[in-house]
Design a protein around this ligand. Structure first.
Ligand SMILES: Cc1ncc(COP(=O)(O)O)c(C=O)c1O
Length: 511
């Protein structure tokens, strides 16, 4: 049962029951109250408004007689189905939003940044087999152990931790544990003071952009890259310069000619964004030679490098590679990490390892964005890492994902033979695949969805040169081997049907 905000003015000439009637009716027409919304009983509303119950009864009966309300014994009082023409009230609301454009940056924002779709409860994903990338296995997550550390964090919470505004940089215990992890697993000589906890890598990247960029400053971004990355930099005023990658990672040798071609100045390059451990989305690992060249370029041109190490926990082939930040002796690399892939994205905990000289300004930005990251989860995570459960979990997931990755690669080759090339299968939670086919990726993705499998077209990730044939990102971490095999089989059937349709359309019709 909802509370209903109604304000009565006893000084008005209008009777109290009329005021209640009018305010509920207005709420229906403004789209504040929708069909099916339950409103308080006459007794509760009378208590809330401190009026006699008969006043509310009169208002409700009037609304009921006009078809706005349904009052049913046992089911309560709720808004009737055709109480308002919902379309009209929605249109009215949209109109209002559009009018606000005059006063806000709304149209600028939508020209730079893609709004995510708003998904209602009714819009269920219809795909049975969803190759969604960037998500870890949900069913294998040790929820019972996570609940224990969370409950322990609640039990141990002190006024410092929960009762006030804690440190903007985050829990000291968590930063200490992260520093330890980074030293042992990524060869980064980090100390807790350099680590600032953020709401995922996303917030760290946004804050770094705000720290470094003024209108027109250049940001070198790997091509391909996540479109959201380009949007983040553009939104902060940056001028994104896409530089291609090859099998060794970012083509550092191309930066100079590309900037020169744009009549740019290397002094305007304020940031370089890279994913050296597992290029997103193409999947290669940056070679040692390129790492050295990149650090040289940054030093020579007084620019900073963002190392986004979003999924380096999972490597299936060869030795684990150390982080670029571990090679950096001049404080040019800002390392960004996240627990979204190793634990779960809804945790929203990531962090940035900042050079000492930038910590104060970075914290100032953190304070004005969300002040601090939720504290209970930070304490729970610190305990999860300190007790060794995090390392055990990552180790176990590595084995599970390794098996799923092999299953995906084998299924792809079984169904597409030499018509498929898979990139980036050495590490991470996804593959980039390219099919030798005449059919566009949109047609294949649509047909696949009709067959019950969801795949993710990859062209939008590329700027300079789009893939010549249909390419997809396939996440495999959150699918069982059965789902992977069946999903690939259906994808192959979808592609075959599309090819057949095209061939039939190409046959000249005999009249
Ligand atoms: C390359 C890359 N960087 C950063 C992120 C953001 O991660 P977070 O959930 O920590 O904000 C993602 C998310 O999938 C990603 O793919």
């Amino acid at each position: 049962m909802y509370e209903l905000l109604i304000v009565l003015d006893k000084e008005l000439q209008t009777s109290l029951n009329r005021q209640i009637y009018e305010q509920i009716r207005k709420a229906i027409f403004q789209g504040v109250l929708h069909h099916g919304d339950v409103i308080p009983s006459t007794r509760l509303l009378a208590e809330q408004l401190q009026v006699s119950r008969s006043v509310v009864i009169q208002a409700y009966e009037q609304l009921q007689s006009e078809g706005y309300l349904i009052m049913k014994k046992g089911a309560g009082t709720y808004i009737a189905e055709n109480a308002a023409n919902e379309n009209n009230s929605r249109q009215e609301a949209t109109q209002k939003v559009n009018n606000y454009d005059i006063f806000t940056n709304a149209s600028h924002i939508v020209s730079v940044v893609n709004s995510p779709p708003i998904v209602s409860d009714e819009q269920q994903n219809s795909a049975v087999f969803d190759f969604r990338y960037g998500v870890p296995s949900w069913e294998a997550f040790p929820m019972d152990r996570w609940q224990k550390v969370l409950a322990e964090a609640c039990r141990k919470a002190t006024p410092d931790i929960l009762g006030g505004y804690g440190p903007a940089e985050g829990s000291y215990r968590l930063r200490k544990e992260i520093a330890r992890l980074l030293r042992s697993t990524r060869a980064i000589p980090a100390v807790p003071d350099q680590i600032i906890i953020t709401a995922g890598a996303t917030q760290a990247l946004d804050m770094i952009s705000r720290l470094f960029l003024k209108n027109g400053d250049r940001v070198i971004v790997e091509d391909p890259a996540h479109p959201v990355l380009r949007e983040t930099f553009c939104f902060a005023g940056g001028n994104v310069v896409s530089v291609p990658v090859d099998e060794e990672g970012l083509r550092v040798q191309d930066i100079e000619p590309i900037i020169n071609e744009q009549n740019g100045n290397h002094g305007d390059v304020k940031l370089i964004y890279v994913t050296p451990s597992h290029q997103f989305p193409a999947g290669m690992t940056m070679s040692q030679q390129r790492r050295i060249e990149l650090l040289d370029y940054a030093n020579k041109n007084n620019t900073y490098i963002i190392e986004d190490d979003y999924d380096s926990e999972y490597r299936y082939v060869g030795q684990k590679v150390s982080a670029l930040a571990g090679l950096d002796s001049s404080g040019r690399v800002i390392y960004v990490g996240s627990f979204s892939k190793s634990l779960f994205p809804g945790l929203r905990i990531g962090y940035a390892v900042m050079p000492a000289s930038l910590i104060k300004s970075f914290l100032a930005i953190k304070c004005i964005t969300n002040r601090m990251t939720p504290t209970l989860e930070q304490e729970a995570l610190a305990e999860f890492i300190a007790s060794g459960q995090y390392a055990r979990h990552v180790n176990g997931m590595g084995k599970l994902y390794g098996a799923r990755r092999s299953c995906l690669v084998q299924s792809l080759h079984r169904h597409f033979q030499d018509r498929v090339t898979a990139y980036g299968d050495e590490a991470g939670l996804h593959l980039l695949i390219q099919l030798k086919t005449e059919v566009t990726e949109e047609l294949i993705a649509d047909k696949a969805l009709q067959c019950g499998v969801k795949v993710y077209p990859a062209s939008e990730y590329f700027v300079i040169s789009k893939p010549k044939t249909a390419s997809f990102l396939l996440g495999y971490a959150n699918m069982t081997e059965f789902q992977i095999e069946r999903g690939v089989e259906l994808l192959a059937q979808a592609e075959e049907q599309c090819t057949r349709n095209i061939e039939q359309e190409a046959v000249p019709k005999v009249i």
